[in-house]
Write a protein that binds this ligand. Structure first.
Ligand SMILES: [Zn+2]
Length: 192
């Protein structure tokens, strides 16, 4: 499972008290969606409900751009946070929390446990949902990001998948963190 490779959890919690909360405008009718995935006919742009959509004039299919969902794992042991070193671009060599994309049909809690196992070798169990983050679409990351706090239940720490290394870090001695938004998230989490 590929790691989320972009700025995937800009702090923009779905929380009306957060001043950074904003409605992200997105293109509801992306021109790069050219052909009907059902019948192959060229798509047109037309009004569907309250938005413009790419739609098929032949079979009536309407293309809806679905949000991409990512999940991340927050594991704190003895006051230290579990981080993985990115083995792939962008931000290769920098550190982030274990995370990945949700597969269609997969329970996000299962995804979180699986990503932790693949990237860190550790067996974890879900404790709670920390928060839901919303990102502008089209930036290459997850538009919806679910962060789960987990507890350690087993396994042996070992970097896997496209994680180059894995380790626990004290909040006051963090390695170079990938992505400004991730640094901000970790800082907020540590001081929460
Ligand atoms: Zn069609």
């Amino acid at each position: 499972m590929a790691r989320i490779s972009a700025d995937f959890y800009t702090i923009n919690p779905i929380n009306p008290r957060n001043p950074r909360l904003k409605n992200v405008m997105t293109n509801s009718a992306p021109e790069n969606i050219k052909f009907c995935s059902h019948c192959g006919a060229p798509l047109i742009t037309r009004q569907v409900g309250d938005k413009l959509r790419r739609a098929c004039p032949d079979c009536g299919f309407v293309h809806f751009t679905d949000p991409k969902v990512g999940v991340g794992v927050l594991l704190v042991q003895n006051g230290k946070i579990l981080l993985i070193q990115r083995g792939a671009e962008p931000e290769r060599g920098k550190w982030s929390i274990p995370a990945g994309y949700l597969d269609a049909g997969e329970d996000p809690r299962v995804t979180a446990v699986r990503e932790a196992a693949e990237e860190t070798g550790l067996e974890v169990a879900i404790e709670r949902l920390v928060d839901v983050f919303s990102n502008p679409p089209g930036q290459g990351g997850a538009s919806i990001f679910l962060l789960f706090e987990v507890r350690l239940v087993g396994g042996t720490i070992q970097a896997g998948d496209d994680a180059a290394a894995v380790g626990f870090f004290s909040p006051d001695d963090l390695p170079e963190i990938a992505f400004a938004s991730t640094r901000e998230a970790i800082t907020l989490l540590i001081h929460a």
